[in-house]
Write a protein that binds this ligand. Structure first.
Ligand code: HEM
Length: 204
């Protein structure tokens, strides 16, 4: 039995699952006028979450920090070449291949949210609507790759990474653990998102 250590703070975990829910909700409710307000509610949530993650990437705990998963293209290529040779170095935070999908998700989340805002407020005619659809579909593709990557890594490493994104704990030396799960801030983020959703649903 190997050691477990706290790796993902609560703000990152709340960010992850509320972003995943907002993406799924907005995508499923993209067509038709009837539930447009709910689609827009998820879109604003995505924008708010991306702003929060930008700040948290600069100020958060060790593995939440952008610099902990800012790999050079050469490192990413080396990691993938290693995988093909059967070499699997264990990364406690995001690995170089997974980090590529994460950067793409963060950028596409921002671009999809901003183009959606422009479309909803009728800036710039049809151009933003087309861009919004394009970014949303590109985002769906990257999310598909992300989920496939998580499943494959979990099987190869024999570690349930999805569960780690819920509990925050991963297989690691105790010395690798973050000092605090930042439960107060994580709860505040969760309450803010749920409060915004509740308020929108009641007002709609
Ligand atoms: C069943 C669905 C999903 C599962 C099981 C899952 C699982 C995970 C796991 C395990 C990680 C950590 C990866 C690592 O160990 O390096 C992660 C990170 C991440 N995932 Fe997902 N994910 C899912 C859906 C999504 C969706 C739908 C999105 C976006 C809309 C998303 C966005 C992200 C982002 C942005 C990160 C980086 C977290 C951070 O550092 O802030 N995931 N996901």
């Amino acid at each position: 039995m190997q050691d477990k250590a706290l790796i993902w703070d609560l703000p990152v975990r709340v960010f992850h699952w509320t972003l995943a829910t907002s993406f799924a909700g907005a995508y499923l409710l993209a067509d038709g006028e009837r539930l447009r307000n709910i689609h827009v509610m998820f879109g604003y949530t995505v924008l708010g979450l991306v702003v929060f993650r930008l700040v948290w990437g600069l100020t958060g705990t060790r593995y939440a920090q952008f610099r902990s998963f800012m790999y050079r293209p050469r490192e990413m290529a080396g990691y993938v070449r290693g995988l093909l040779r059967g070499d699997r170095p264990h990364y406690v935070g995001h690995n170089p291949a997974g980090s590529l999908a994460i950067w793409a998700i963060l950028i596409l989340a921002g671009l999809t949210g901003l183009s959606g805002y422009a479309t909803y407020n009728e800036f710039g005619g049809d151009a933003f609507e087309e861009l919004h659809e394009f970014f949303a579909n590109a985002w769906l593709m990257v999310v598909g790759m992300h989920i496939a990557g998580v499943v494959v890594s979990s099987l190869l490493d024999r570690e349930n990474l999805a569960r780690a994104m819920i509990t925050g704990y991963k297989r690691a030396e105790p010395a690798a653990a973050i000092r605090s799960g930042l439960y107060g801030l994580g709860s505040l983020v969760l309450i803010s998102v749920l409060g915004f959703w509740g308020w929108t649903l009641v007002a709609t």
